[in-house]
Ligand binder design. Structure first.
Ligand code: HEC
Ligand code: HEC
Length: 326
């Protein structure tokens, strides 16, 4: 009886050995052995889908609170996989296949026993990065600089980014040295994540960014106030738009934008929606576009990147500032 069992075990080991020696080439019947798939949500040609299992198999690693004019306007929650946390803690780098997911939520807020507290409300968009150390998809514009980059519509979970060079990487340049990731904000990654803490980082309540217009004395003048507009532009638009002529960022330069036909700034690769549009950037049209960037020119990329500004006065101020950029 005992001998019989041992014999069975030997057969099992032997066949595993056989399979292992054949792995990567052929099975016994001559059919190729499928390579272990790189990722369950990346297709053969590098299209990136929303991970169906999310949040199963993921851990929360940190959040960002973005200050608006009257408090926290957005909460960003960031997730990765437990194995990516362990690997990063050990070597200070994300391993091949590591996944980072960021959900951007609009907030609600009210007085609580803890103070004025905000909480995540509706989902505005989702971002995803997946580590690719092997340059698997050199011709797919969602892939490069060591990552696959994707963005998803919150309702349909459809991938909406077209090119990581225009849609993503410009804003991640400050953390180029930590493989394009803002690792310092994710405590579970351990001390190796802290190497890139910004020099001007401050603690506690001091971290409150100045309210967008609260500190500025704004005289109500017809058509908006240039000085306030300049400040508001700095807070709301400058991360993507330069005011220097022809300087391309995530968005086109807005130098001389008033009176310009949409989609015609030199050197910028517009979406089809923007370049085909017949819109002329009058003050009224810019006002509409920044109130809700999805409406005036449906399908343009700013619609996925910028939530819109509800405050008509603030929009007027920004337009007044843009009028000075001739
Ligand atoms: C407007 C600038 C901006 C754009 C555009 C942008 N990001 Fe980010 N991203 C950031 C900043 C800043 C952070 C960290 C701070 C925060 O979330 O407020 C971040 C964080 C992330 C994170 C969390 C991990 C990390 O790096 O800290 C992911 C994932 C991410 N971005 C993916 C993307 C992808 C993919 C795209 C393009 C489809 C993209 N981002 C476009 C600015 C941007
Ligand atoms: C997170 C990035 C981002 C932010 C923030 C942003 N935009 Fe944009 N904007 C874009 C992108 C990208 C385009 C090009 C869209 C396309 O090609 O579909 C664009 C296009 C535009 C255009 C059309 C320009 C042209 O040449 O046709 C205007 C006008 C504009 N933005 C104004 C603003 C203003 C004003 C703000 C601030 C209130 C702002 N944007 C904030 C990314 C942004």
């Amino acid at each position: 009886m005992k001998a019989h069992r041992m014999h069975k075990a030997w057969v099992l080991f032997a066949s595993i050995g056989l399979l292992m020696s054949a792995s990567g080439c052929q099975q016994a019947d001559g059919k190729p052995v499928a390579a272990k798939p790189y990722s369950s949500f990346v297709s053969e040609n590098g299209n990136i889908n929303f991970p169906v299992d999310f949040p199963n198999g993921y851990v929360f690693i940190g959040s960002w609170a973005v200050n608006g004019s009257v408090g926290v306007s957005e909460i960003h929650a960031v997730y990765t996989r437990p194995e990516d946390v362990s690997a990063f803690k050990e070597v200070g780098k994300f391993p091949d296949g590591a996944v980072l997911v960021k959900e951007v939520s609009a907030t609600l807020g009210s007085a609580h026993t803890t103070g004025n507290a905000s909480w995540a409300h509706e989902s505005k968009t989702w971002f995803l990065m997946i580590k690719d150390s092997k340059q698997r998809f050199p011709t797919n514009p969602l892939w490069g600089d060591g990552w696959g980059w994707a963005q998803f519509d919150p309702a349909t979970k459809k991938q909406i980014s077209t090119n990581y060079k225009t849609d993503c990487i410009g804003c991640h340049v400050p953390v180029k040295n930590s493989d394009w990731v803002y690792t310092y904000a994710y405590p579970p990654l351990g001390p190796k994540g802290q190497a890139t803490v910004p020099k001007d980082a401050v603690g506690g309540e001091h971290a409150q960014v100045k309210p967008e217009s609260g500190g500025v004395v704004v005289a109500q003048s017809a058509g908006g106030e240039v000085a306030a507009g300049k400040l508001l532009f700095g807070v709301n638009c400058a991360s993507c738009h330069s005011v220097a002529a022809d300087k391309v960022g995530i968005g086109p330069s807005l130098a001389g934008v008033i009176g310009r036909k949409a989609g015609t700034a030199r050197g910028f690769e517009y979406s089809a929606a923007m370049s085909k549009s017949e819109v002329i950037w009058t003050s009224e049209n810019i006002d509409k576009h920044i109130e809700n960037p999805r409406q005036l020119i449906p399908g343009n990329r700013m619609g996925n990147l910028f939530p819109g500004m509800q405050d008509a006065k603030q929009r007027g101020d920004i337009v007044a500032f843009l009028q000075t950029l001739r």
